[in-house]
Design a protein around this ligand. Structure first.
Ligand code: BTN
Length: 246
């Protein structure tokens, strides 16, 4: 359930805020939304462009007494859940790029940022951040350093009610937190595969100091990316790794 709901006009980052709150004992089920972020964060230290009033910036804190598996796998669950919600409201052709990009026509529609809070205070805490471009302004779009799209475009110009969208996502997210807590990633692998942008494709994995080429086989039950390489199957965990199309 939602334990606490905070809606901020402006915040540095909804994720960073909930990580701070987690450290001072905020309850699991704390939900934070903002109209804009002054220091929105993406994966691998990238910035997430977060202009006022048109997109969705949402983070939720969840606590597990005893997580069944590594919490990092929830990033894939969050992606599958968000893609599924958007498909239900009519978005066709969505794709997920491991580990956490939501794409349409190879352009970025949204992303998930998962952070695990320190274990010192109480049971382990997870902060899941979701950013969706709902109606990006052209001015802000110009500074995004990769191809992007917004949900209004994906839906052929029809307006999306952000409150409804947020409610659908939060509902689905709460179910997923609970189910993930009982069963781990396994129940979500098939859904993720329905959106897998790279399955069967030749790709490169960029490590800190080299690249590894191969064909993407899909996702393992611990969330690792499975790549069929010249040396046989190899698995990669999200950490500091990027996936590129060949
Ligand atoms: C990525 O694709 O790299 C992840 C982007 C995640 C952006 C969201 S917006 C709400 C939450 N707060 C943040 O600072 N980041 C996430």
């Amino acid at each position: 359930a939602i334990a606490r709901l905070e809606i901020h006009t402006e915040i540095d980052s909804t994720n960073r805020y909930l990580m701070r709150e987690a450290a001072t004992g905020a309850p699991g089920g704390t939900l934070c939304l903002a109209e804009c972020q002054t220091a929105g964060r993406g994966r691998l230290g990238r910035a997430w462009i977060s202009p006022f009033g048109a997109n969705l910036y949402l983070s939720m804190l969840w606590r597990y007494a005893a997580p069944p598996v590594a919490l990092g796998g929830f990033s894939l669950v969050a992606g599958a859940v968000v893609a599924d919600v958007l498909r239900r409201i009519g978005a066709e052709g969505l794709a997920l790029k491991w580990p956490n990009d939501l794409l349409w026509d190879r352009r970025k529609l949204g992303g998930m940022l998962l952070e695990v809070a320190g274990e010192a205070k109480g049971p382990s805490a997870l902060v899941v951040g979701i950013g969706i471009n709902v109606r990006m302004t052209a001015d802000h779009g110009r500074v995004i350093d990769q191809p992007w799209v917004d949900l209004t475009d994906v839906l052929g110009g029809s307006r999306v009610d952000r409150n409804t969208l947020a409610a659908l996502i939060v509902d689905a997210l709460i179910d997923a937190f609970e189910r993930f807590g009982r069963e781990g990633l396994t129940p979500y692998l098939a859904l993720w595969a329905e959106f897998d942008a790279f399955r069967g494709e030749q790709a490169r994995i960029l490590l800190a100091d080299r690249e590894i080429r191969g064909r993407v086989l899909g996702i393992a039950s611990d969330g690792a990316l499975r790549l069929d390489t010249a040396d046989g199957e190899r698995r990669f965990h999200a950490g500091e790794v990027s996936l590129r199309r060949e």
